[in-house]
Design a protein around this ligand. Sequence first.
Ligand SMILES: [Zn+2]
Length: 313
Amino acid sequence: MNFGDTIKKEILSKIIKENHCKKAFIAGIIRGTGALYEKDGELGLEFSVADEMTAMFITNVFRTLFRYEVREMSVSEDRLNKKDKFTLNISGERTIEILIELEILIERKGDIELNLDMYGQMTKRDCCLRAFIRGLFVAVGGCTIPQKKDTTTGYHLELVFSHYTPALKTSEKLAEHNVLTKITKRRDSYIVYIKSAEEIKDFIAFLPAPVAVLKLTDFMINRELKNRSNRQKNCDIANVNKQVEASARQLEAIEKISSTIGLETLKDDLRRTAVARKENPDLTLGELAEELKISKSCLNHRLRKLIVIAEEL
Ligand SMILES: [Zn+2]
C-alpha cells in the first residue's frame, strides 16, 4: 500500500512560513531531481515532480521567494511508473543568482561552481534541515506499508539518489538526529532506506508529518492485534491437534488390549478408564476425568499405563 503519497500530501498541505525554510525546501527538491544544463552559453536548471499539486506548490514558493515565474515545461508520462511527470524549468538571466541563493551553485574566487556541500549553511538551522529533508522526500522519496491482508510484504521507506555521496551525507545527517537508515545500490541509483516500522515512524516524525505518524501508528496497532489473534487461533488449533493425537493413541492401545488379553483382565480402575475412553473418544482429558470422578493427573496416569500395557503385548 502506497503510504508515500499520504506523507507527501501532508507535507504539501502546509504553508511554509519562514523564508529560510522555503529556500531549504526548494533546495531539497532541486538536490533530489534537478539537472543543470547549458544552452546557447546560458545555464538552466530542469527538475521534475510527480504531480500537479507539487508543481503548483513549488511555483508558488518561487513566486513569493524570488518573484520568479518557474516555467512548466512539459507533462510527460514517466514510463517507469506509468504516471505523469511535470518538468519545471529555471532559465534566463536570473538563473545563477537564484541557484546561488539556493546554495546549489557557489561563487569561489570569481568563478561559479557547483556546490558539492549538500548540507552546508542552508541546513544549519534545525527548521531548515527538516524542510530540506521534506523537499528531498517529495522529490525522490517513497514509502509502502503492508496491505491489510498481506503478511508477506513489509514496511519500506526510501530516498533515491543518482550518486553515492548525497545518499551517504543524507544517511549521516539523519543519523545525527537518531533517524537510522541503510544504503543500498539499485541499478544506477543509491537508495537510502528504512525497513523497520518504528524507524519509519522516526523519519516521518522528524519531517515532521504528525498526521502521517498517527495514521501509521494506528495501522501498526491494528496489524499487531490481527497478528496476535491469528497466532492465538493457530495455537488453539495446535492444541486441538495434540488432543486428537493423544486420544487416537489411547484408543489404539485399548483396542489392542481388548483384542488380545481382553479388557476384563485389567485391574478394576484401569478397566473402567479403558471403557470410558472407548465410549467417549471425543472428550478432553478434563471432561473424561470429570466423567470418571477422578483427577486429571490420575486419569493421565491410568491412560499412560494402558499404553504401556499395550506396548508390551
Ligand atoms: Zn528554517
